[in-house]
Write a protein that binds this ligand. Structure first.
Ligand code: NDP
Length: 241
């Protein structure tokens, strides 16, 4: 239970499934005012049934104007979590223009748009957490487009940490290795593929959803009050192996 999240107002994108969904549930249980953003009305209904305190907004993040209009209505915020993303993992030679555009539209253009839209609502001492990936800084087979978008997310994180610091808004990212959500299962369930990667992780396992949620909440909280422009790698020591 995250006692320091009580009464904090936090907007989370990609709230319908995976990491974002679990984050919304745990923040609501901790007494935060959660604004959950997703494109599926069914998933948002489920979140409201879980906790009627969760406010929901239905948006396709690829739609620039819809994001602007819908998110303009949000109240003052203590935190923004840019979590939604897509992962199209395919050999470089097979990736299409549409794959490129889809991935960039959701993973970085929408992060830029959402952040710019809600910026006037971010209070002093609030923070932004971008859900990036270890793939931002390390190479994995088939990850060319996905990795490029996450490298862009890390770059945006550092640039905004600089620009928004004087407004007392901190900006950080969490950068997990594989997490076995739908996205992780889709791409890493084959032992022939996951085995060599696991062999490079000293803890010899992938990241748990709870470990990502804990990292995000740490960065949202006052416990990280002097952490700004930082990428919190959640990778069990992969980078030192
Ligand atoms: P999921 O696929 O489970 O969740 C991604 C969420 O993003 C979904 O709710 C999805 O909605 C939403 N989303 C995608 N496109 C849009 C859109 N156009 N408009 C609105 N919402 C959209 O993945 P994870 O929970 O695993 O991923 C969460 C974050 O963690 C992502 O940023 C991902 O890159 C990052 N990450 C994940 C890793 C993993 O192995 N799982 C590893 C490292 C980082 P919908 O259900 O409608 O498609």
């Amino acid at each position: 239970m995250y006692e320091n999240m009580k009464n904090k107002t936090i907007l989370v994108t990609g709230a319908g499934a995976g990491i974002g969904n679990e984050l919304c549930r745990q923040l609501a249980q901790a007494g935060a005012n959660v604004i959950a953003v997703a494109r599926s009305t069914e998933q948002l209904k489920e979140l409201r049934s879980f906790s009627p305190s969760i406010k929901t907004l239905q948006v396709d993040l690829k739609d620039w104007q819809q994001v602007r209009q819908t998110l303009a209505t949000v109240p003052d915020l203590d935190g923004l979590v840019n979590n939604a993303a897509v992962a199209i993992i395919r050999p470089f030679t097979e990736l299409t223009e549409q794959d490129f555009d889809n991935t960039f539209d959701v993973n970085i253009k929408a992060v830029f748009n959402v952040t710019q839209t809600v910026l006037p609502k971010l209070k002093p001492n609030s923070c932004i957490v971008n859900v990036s990936s270890l793939a931002a800084s390390r190479s994995f087979d088939g990850h060319t487009v996905y990795s490029a978008t996450k490298a862009a997310v890390d770059s945006l994180t550092r640039s905004l940490a600089l620009e928004l610091g004087p407004r007392k808004i901190r900006v950080n990212s969490v950068n997990p290795t594989v997490v076995l959500t739908k996205m992780g299962r889709d791409n890493w369930s084959d032992p022939a593929k996951s085995g060599p990667l696991l062999a490079h992780i000293p803890q010899n396992r992938f990241c748990e959803v709870q470990e990502v949620v804990d990292g995000i909440v740490y960065l949202l909280s006052d416990k990280s009050s002097f952490v700004n422009g930082h990428h919190l790698n959640l990778e069990g020591g992969y980078s030192v192996s």
